[in-house]
Each structure stands twice: as C-alpha cells, then as structure tokens.
Design a protein around this ligand. Structure first.
Ligand code: PLP
Length: 449
C-alpha cells in the first residue's frame, strides 16, 4: 500500500520514472506524450540538459540562503530578466513556490497598498465566476470553481463575484462582441458601486481562463474596458497569469495581446517549467513606491522566498526559451494545432467549441451542439477522455463543471513549446480517438444522438 496521500483514494496511479523532450515514461515502460505539460507546466519539455546543468551548478554553489539575511545572484538575475520583458511600468518581483502563494501575496499586497495610501476601508476583492486562482484559503476564496470551494465554504473570506467573459455560452446571439464586452464592464462597474468604491481593493481575473473553462480568452476590448473601470474607481487590477503566462498563449505575458498593463501579475507553472517549484508576483512601480515611501516593507514573507536553486532553474528556462526562439514555435505550432483540431473535431457531434491561443487549447464537449446541453455530470465524460487518452499514450488535462460548476466537460491541451508537426499531429490523432471512444460510451448510456 502506498503511504502517499494521493489526490484520490479510488485511483491507482502509474509511477513516472523518467522523461525526455515531450514524453514521460512510467515504471512499466509505457510512454506518454505530454500533451498538457502536466498542468501547463513543462513548457520547455522534459530533461533539458542545459536547465539540468544550471540547477546542478547552482546547487554546488549555494542551494539556499534565507531572505531575511541575504539576497542571491539567481533571484536578482531572474527579477531583472522578468521585469525587462514585463508590460510597461513593472518594477519588482517577489519569488514564491506555488501559484496559490503568488495569489495570496498579490491579495495581501493590494490590501497593504491601500492601507498605506490612507484608504484603510478598501478590503473587498471582486473576482469572476468560473475562475481558478489556487487552493490555499485566500486564493480559493477568490476562485470561482464551485467544486473546489464547496467543502471549505465556511472557511473562505467573502468575495464579490461578476460574470466570466465566456463568449461560447454567455454572449447573446443578438449582441456583438463589443456590446458583450461593454455589458460585462458595466456589470463590474455596478458591482464596484454596489460595494462602495471606497471598500474595493482589487479585481482579479485570469487573462485567459485555464483549468476551469479550458483556454477561454476574453472578447476583444474586454480587458481595455475593465482597466478603465478599475482606474475610474481606484481599484487595482490583478491579472493571474499562473497558467496562461510565460509564453503559453504565444506572447510572454498573455495581457500583451489585450493591449493593457495590470497593477499586479502572478506567474508560476511555465516560469520554472516543472524543473523547479517557483512562482512570482510582479509589482507595478506605483505600488512599490508607495510601500517604499510608507512602511518600507511588504508585510509578507515565507521561508522559501527567492529560493536560489529555483530561481537559477527558472532563469535558465526563460533564457533558453528566448535564445532558441521557442515562442515563435508556440505561435507556429499553435496555428497547426488549431487547424488540425478543427479538421479532426470541428464537425464532431459531441464537440461544442474549440478555442484557444498559442499552445493553449480547450475543447468543450456537449451532448447536443444546437442547444449546447452538456452530458450529465455523473457520466464523468471528462474523466473517461483522460482514461482513454492515457491508455493511448497521451496526457491531456480534463475538467468537469464547465457550464455551471457541476455540469459540462472540457479538455485542456497545452503541450511543451518544443513540439514539432509530428507531435502535434500525434496529439490530435490520439485525442480524437479518446474523444470518440469516451463520447460513444456516454452517449450510449444517456441515449444522446
Ligand atoms: N492560478 C491559476 C490561473 C492556476 O491555473 C493555478 C493552478 O492551476 C493556480 C493559480 C494555483 O497554482 P498552484 O497549483 O501552483 O498553487
């Protein structure tokens, strides 16, 4: 019996023993194409020799030094590197270990900023439905994934919530994209006014919604309007790019494609690309300045802040991605992924929507394409697709609850940036097969046609 507290008591997990490029190999010798980079993590693929070397070198020099005593060369260099390529007006970055921790730090920094500006009443966070910001209590409180929140509801701080920008289901067919964006911006403004602008600290959103909806980008103009509403009321804009940032959507920061710059950005996953656990909070100059002139300290710290080993690994990852032009490959192979997915699944009777950017794609499964009705949640279609894909040697990232937190299924595809045409085609072929088998199984159980 395993002594690991696994995610599920009902499931036997194969044991991963090695990995290389776009593949993970288990203890039985079975090879899996990593079609989701885990959870959009392994952007540079597995076992890149230069990253391994950079980590080894750092380990031999300095593995750890507590940040209450020291800074370190890798933390300084990584911060320089991130800020040099960040959206305008960003100045500082704090390094933590997980996406959830970066979100916690963002919430606390937003609160402290308002406090130090003499606006102590600003304490309310506004977040969106169908969002995921992490599993620690603050990050879960702002998350809009009902299944993750439900057992812990009594422990979560109250958070005010507005609609996601989810065009496939929520844009009225008589509405243009522009009108839809305007409606959502007005909803945010109305919520700020309802709470009292003097009480609202920040609005938090994923620039491209990842796990909870499956690679859903906003309609054009949405984030420009959101930025304007936040500015009008002194509300900070936090963009959570833990999953969609660091090149996943074809630009280093997903918000570059929205033409706006937020106040705080959270990063993780692709930052260290799975070689190291690392996340970051990026801070805009005005906020840094306010604390510098005020209390002189961010009242938040953790033991593994700025871990030198993690920063050295992430710096190597980011330098290699830039040097070898992997973001260009994200855009090029992303185009191929899109056209191959549309060819193979565009007319599939149980595929409702195919959406995404770069190498970040979501496929929403439905029982009926016209009504967009989902399959019953207890059929667990997304889990069946995962099972079939794994048996065909493919890893994809499925999720349920797409429609309303309980019903609906989607599959997230997010392969390493180093994929070539052959791997993209193999991912689509194996995924197509898994979707065929799984949807046939649930359709025959539920009588869907
Ligand atoms: N924010 C987003 C957008 C995420 O997708 C995730 C994880 O999936 C998190 C935050 C939490 O990150 P972690 O699981 O590293 O705590």
């Amino acid at each position: 019996m395993s002594r690991v507290l696994h995610r599920s008591f009902k499931h036997a997990y194969p044991v991963a023993v090695s990995s290389s490029g776009c593949e993970i190999i288990d203890s039985e010798g079975k090879r899996y194409i990593d079609g989701s980079s885990g959870a959009a993590v392994s952007s540079l693929g597995h076992n890149h020799p230069e990253v391994v070397q950079a980590i080894k070198r750092q380990l031999e020099e300095l593995a750890y030094a507590h940040t209450s005593f020291f800074s370190s060369a890798p933390a300084e260099a990584l911060a320089e590197d991130l800020i040099a390529h960040a959206p305008p007006h960003f100045e500082l970055s704090q390094f933590l270990s997980s996406g959830s921790e970066a979100v916690e730090a963002a919430l606390k920094l937003a609160r402290q900023y308002h406090l130090e500006r003499g606006e102590a009443s600003r304490r309310i966070f506004i977040a969106r439905q169908h969002s995921y910001h992490g599993n620690t209590l603050g990050a879960l409180a702002v998350s809009g994934r009902e299944s993750a929140r439900a057992p812990f509801q009594p422990l979560l701080m109250p958070v005010s919530r507005v609609s996601a920008c989810y065009e496939y289901r929520d844009r009225d067919s008589r509405e243009t994209q522009e009108e839809y964006a305007k409606r959502l911006a007005e909803e945010l403004e109305a919520e700020i006014l309802r709470q009292g602008p003097e009480n609202v600290a920040a609005f938090i959103a994923e620039t491209v919604v990842g796990a909870t909806l499956g690679a859903v980008a906003a309609v054009p103009g949405y984030f420009k309007q959101v930025r304007a509403v936040c500015d009008r009321y002194g509300v900070l804009l936090i963009l959570d790019e833990v999953m969609c940032g660091m090149g996943r959507t074809g630009t280093l920061y997903a918000c570059e494609q929205e033409g706006i710059s937020p106040d705080l950005i959270t990063l993780a996953k692709g930052l260290g690309a799975g070689y190291v656990p690392l996340s970051a909070l990026l801070v805009r100059a005005e906020i840094a300045d306010c604390l510098r002139r005020g209390s002189g300290a961010f009242r938040h710290g953790q033991t593994f802040l700025g871990h030198p080993l993690a920063c050295a690994g992430a710096l190597a990852v980011q330098q290699i991605i830039r040097r070898d032009g992997w973001l260009e490959n994200v855009r090029r192979q992303g185009e191929r992924m899109q056209s191959r997915l549309r060819e193979r699944l565009g007319d599939h009777p149980f595929v409702g929507d195919i959406r995404g950017r770069g190498l970040f794609w979501g496929i929403e499964l439905v029982a009926d394409r016209d009504s967009k009705a989902p399959f019953a949640a207890d059929l667990a279609l997304n889990a069946l697709v995962k099972r079939e894909a794994m048996s065909a040697g493919l890893l994809v990232y499925p999720m349920g609850g797409t429609v309303n937190g309980r019903q609906g299924d989607h599959i997230l595809i997010a392969p390493p940036f180093i994929v070539d045409e052959k791997i993209v085609d193999a991912i689509v072929e194996r995924l197509g097969h898994a979707i065929d088998v799984a949807t046939n199984e649930v359709a025959s159980k539920s009588g869907a046609r």
